[in-house]
Design a protein around this ligand. Sequence first.
Ligand code: GDP
Length: 473
Amino acid sequence: GEIASMMDVPVTQVISACMTLGIIAAINQRLDAETLTLICEEFGYKVEFVDAEETETVLEEEDNPDNLQPRSPIVTVMGHVDHGKTSLLDYIRSANVIAGEAGGITQHIGAYKVQLAHNEKEITFLDTPGHEAFTAMRARGAKVTDVAIIVVAADDAVMPQTKEAINHAQAAEVPMIFAINKIDKPGANPDKVREELAQMNILVEDWGGKFQCQEISAKQGTGIEELLDKVLLEAELLELKADPDKRAAGSVIESSLDKGKGYVVTMLVESGSMKVGDFILAGSQYGRIKAMHNERGQEVSVAGPSDPVSVLGLNGSVNAGDRFHIVEDEREAKQIAAKRQQLQREQGIRAQKHVTLDEIGRRLALGDFKELNLIVKGDVDGSIEALSDALLKLSNENIQVNIIHKAVGPISDSDVLLASASDAIIVGFQVRPNASAKKLAEKEEIEIRMYSIIYDAIAEIKDAMEGMLSPDI
Ligand code: GDP
């Protein structure tokens, strides 16, 4: 109805145009972006979208190039279970001064910033280790990690979750540093870890490759200073800078409801600064900052780039990975929050629609599709390799096929999150999703294609890719 009146055509014509696309639409139905584009083209109109994300770019103040200052790196620790992620984070926290103040009780707020005891440089760590948390945030649009430390235990080996962590970091294009842990243990064999990484095409520095690597003991503290120096070196190469003088923007790390205090939300500032009294918009909630605390429970009056702070004052619950912005006035914050809540009610939580095989053709026609990301899960290594190789070979000058993750085993939650964060399709060969992954895939609208014959998988994806080529040929 709305679009018909904007184009000044009878609504019945719009409805019948929808029908030719196979959509039975009611007069008050919301149409997705692609359908709108196609429909309006039929009537000779071009569509430009101004939506919630658009308001966000308006919200984000531009950097003033003269004000850009170096900012400290934000680091996530990932790796297989029991390889020592938590031990490493605990050691770093206890061996270095928490930025700002010394002493006090350490509370878990989801992130902490330390000032290194040996050189006074600062690093911010996300305190929820693991690639699941990392990718879940990324699926919501937050890219809060500059460098990933991948922990591998030297008395074990490169394990399935090590590979997952590597693939998740690579899909996010986050540089990795390898920490070979537990070298204090009698059975430790760090070279075995290097060897196994090399087999995955990851050549560490001491073997002539490009990946920095450090042998450590998270228990005894061996090598950790060196590891952190390598993090700083990697960060230097990234030339991380932010403008501390503008209004703050960043991501939500954690959120909880405290009976006495209200919503307690840990936020990580990416750029700009925020202070007590500022109006803040986060996800679809707003509020005025009543107080901010650091990891030691101490009050903070101003937070700047790479600072994690626990914020009091939001009027509702938000999710990890939601963006936040400091806004000029309360009215503006209130309006945008209300608009976002309305959009959420109408469209469900998912704002972004993910790719499916069937719609590749349409997306290519709209000119926004150049890469097809796939996750390949299968029952045995041999078939996964064969299938992945064949799929990679389907790449042509217009579309590149990327296998962002491949592994033996059922399709898991972590696969679905990765697909959501990287806009990928999951291909299962002789495997199915487990129950919770299936549910999550429905919620996130991720396509899972299951095959029992390799040829079928290749043929179907090839067809879809050719479908995506046909409009221009
Ligand atoms: P996570 O699951 O990756 O977070 O692993 P944890 O940090 O919980 O460590 C798993 C187990 O390995 C714990 O019992 C730790 O005490 C032990 N551990 C971690 N790092 C080291 C290390 O450097 N040396 C030794 N000997 N044990 C370690």
